[in-house]
Design a protein around this ligand. Structure first.
Ligand SMILES: [Zn+2]
Length: 281
C-alpha cells in the first residue's frame, strides 16, 4: 500500500514546530513531503513501518527512519530524529548514488543484445576485466590510479580478480563518464552485477567536482554494485546510498562480497611451512 506522504509531512512539521526549532530552520511542507518520499525511495522508510499507525505511534516510526538516515550520513548530521532543514537538504543534495538497481541488462533485450559478450571470450569464474572509456577529472590526482585502488580494496576482502583491459571486446565492465543529473545529488551509478555474459556499466557524472577521496569512495561504492551488492541501510557501510567517511568496504560490505565472490584466497607465502619431523637416529 502506498504511503500518504502529505499526511506524514503535516505530522512531521507539527513535530518540528513543537520541538521549538527556530522558524528559519524549519522546512516547508512541500519539501518535507519530498524528503519523506526520498526516505521511502531509499528504503529507509518502509510502508510496513507506517501502515495502520497514527498519531504518536506514527510519528515515532517516522522519527526512527529519520534517525537511521542521519546515522547513514556518516557523521555529517546530528542524530536527533528531527526532520529539520539540514537533514532535508542532505537528503536532497547529499552526494549520493542512485544505483541502477534494476537489473536492466536482464530485463532490456536491446541492452542485452548490444552488450552480450561473445561466447569465445572466456573469463575466470571470479574475474572482471574492465575497460575504461572515459574518467572524470580528479583534483590533484590520477583517477586511473584511484580506480585501481578501489578495485584493490574489494580484492582485499573477497576472491575477485579485476584487471584493466584496453580491448573492449574482451571486457565485462565498461567504465565511463557521462552527464547524469548535473552537479550534486547523483555522483555516479552502476549496474547491479555480477556481469555473467553481459557487459555492465559504471558511469561517473561528468558535472561533478571530484577530489581524491570523493572519487575513490564513489568508485569503490559503485564497484560494490557491479559485484552484486545493493544499498545498505545499516549505518557505517560503504554501500550506504550516501557518501559517508568510508572509501573502502566495511565489515558488512566485505561479508556480502565474500558471499558472492568467495573468500579471499590465502596467499601461498603466508601459509605455514610444513614441519618435517627430523629423524633422530
Ligand atoms: Zn549506490
Amino acid at each position: 500500500m502506498a504511503i500518504d506522504f502529505k499526511n506524514l509531512a503535516t505530522l512531521v512539521l507539527k513535530d518540528v514546530v513543537d520541538s521549538g526549532l527556530a522558524e528559519k530552520f524549519r522546512p516547508k511542507l512541500a519539501d518535507l513531503e519530498r524528503g519523506l518520499k526520498r526516505l521511502s525511495d531509499d528504503k529507509i522508510l518502509l510502508p510496513e513501518d507506517v501502515q495502520g499507525k497514527k498519531g504518536k505511534t506514527l510519528l515515532i516510526a517516522v522519527r526512527k527512519a529519520v534517525e537511521l538516515a542521519q546515522k547513514t550520513a556518516g557523521g555529517s548530521l546530528t542524530v536527533d530524529s528531527l526532520f529539520g532543514m539540514q537533514t532535508l537538504s542532505w537528503l536532497e543534495f547529499g552526494t549520493r548514488c542512485l544505483g541502477r538497481a534494476l537489473k536492466e541488462w536482464e530485463n532490456d533485450p536491446v541492452y542485452r543484445q548490444e552488450n552480450s559478450i561473445p561466447s569465445n571470450v572466456k573469463f575466470g569464474k571470479l574475474e572482471i576485466r574492465y575497460f575504461i572509456e572515459k574518467l572524470p577529472l580528479v583534483q590533484t590526482s590520477d583517477p586511473r590510479k584511484l580506480l585501481e585502488q578501489a578495485w584493490q580494496s574489494w580484492m582485499d576482502v573477497c576472491g575477485l580478480t579485476a584487471t584493466e583491459t584496453d580491448d573492449f571486446d574482451r571486457c565485462n565492465v565498461v567504465i565511463t563518464t557521462q552527464q547524469i543529473d548535473g552537479i550534486s545529488n547523483i555522483l555516479a551509478d552502476a549496474h547491479i552485477g555480477p556481469p555473467e555474459r553481459v557487459r555492465l556499466q559504471l558511469r561517473f557524472d561528468q558535472d561533478e567536482v571530484f577530489d581524491e577521496f570523493r572519487f575513490e569512495a564513489t568508485a569503490c561504492h559503485e564497484i560494490g554494485h557491479l559485484l552484486g551488492l545493493g544499498h545498505s541501510t545499516q549505518p557505517g557501510n560503504l554501500m550506504n546510498s550516501s557518501l559517508g567517511q568510508l572509501k573502502k568496504p566495511g565489515p558488512e560490505d566485505a561479508m556480502l562480497a565474500a558471499q558472492e565472490w568467495g573468500a579471499r584466497p590465502t596467499p601461498a607465502e603466508i601459509l605455514p611451512t610444513p614441519v618435517v619431523p627430523r629423524v633422530v637416529r
